[in-house]
Design a protein around this ligand. Structure first.
Ligand SMILES: NC(=O)c1ccc[n+]([C@@H]2O[C@H](COP(=O)([O-])OP(=O)(O)OC[C@H]3O[C@@H](n4cnc5c(N)ncnc54)[C@H](OP(=O)(O)O)[C@@H]3O)[C@@H](O)[C@H]2O)c1
Length: 178
């Protein structure tokens, strides 16, 4: 089974961003994000694309989702069209990572089989913030929650859809990449 995952860093209140940026900076989280997503496909919404300076993340296939279109990057107008296109090349089994932001996580949530969540210690008021969808314990089986070795302020945890939890291949997915 191909990984179709969401990777996100959030507060304990599920805040992932505000003012079209991420209101914290942990270099070890960036390093880990790079390690996990390298050589795979990263899919993001147009706001997130703009928030990273409209520049592709190196050594990954970058895809932006926008109804109105975006130049200079592979772009599709819907999540379905994006996945149809990715699934055309059956020989490519590299992971597909949805990397945000809030609208895209919410719209694609039912398609994910894996969630890779880093919890940051920050306390951000979530009045005007962008949040990650709720992770229900009914639908998701939680892997171990582990402090990131390189920065123990960060906590890493993976979740697998409960219907997949007994597949042997997914056990490896649950061990957070450190
Ligand atoms: N903490 C983290 O891990 C993390 C990761 C990524 C982003 N973020 C943060 O999240 C925030 C951005 O999130 P956001 O929710 O504002 O925006 P977003 O999801 O990045 O992008 C929203 C845009 O994507 C397009 N879009 C969304 N859903 C679509 C759909 N179903 N079909 C077609 N197009 C769709 C639309 O573009 P058009 O308007 O062009 O049609 C929409 O305006 C920022 O603060 C960013 O820093 C945090």
């Amino acid at each position: 089974m191909r990984i179709v995952g969401a990777i996100a860093a959030m507060t304990s209140e599920r805040v992932i961003g505000s003012d079209n940026s991420i209101p914290w900076h942990y270099s070890e989280d960036f390093k880990r994000f790079k390690r996990v997503t390298l050589n795979g496909t990263v899919i993001m919404g147009r706001n997130t694309w703009e928030s990273i300076g409209s520049k592709a993340l190196p050594k990954r296939r970058n895809i932006v989702i926008s109804r109105r279109g975006v130049n200079d990057v592979e772009c599709y107008s819907s999540i379905d069209t994006t996945l149809e296109c990715l699934n055309k090349s059956a020989e490519d089994t590299s992971p597909i990572w949805f990397i945000g932001g809030g609208q895209i996580y919410a719209a694609a949530f039912e398609l994910f089989n894996l969630l890779d969540i880093t919890t940051v210690p920050d306390n951000i008021p979530n009045t005007s913030a962008v949040v990650f969808p709720e992770i229900s314990t009914e639908d998701w089986h939680a892997g171990p929650s582990q402090p990131l070795a390189a920065d123990p302020r960060l906590d890493c945890q993976r979740f697998i859809r409960t219907e997949h939890q007994h597949l042997s291949e997914v056990q490896a997915w649950l061990r957070s990449d450190q």
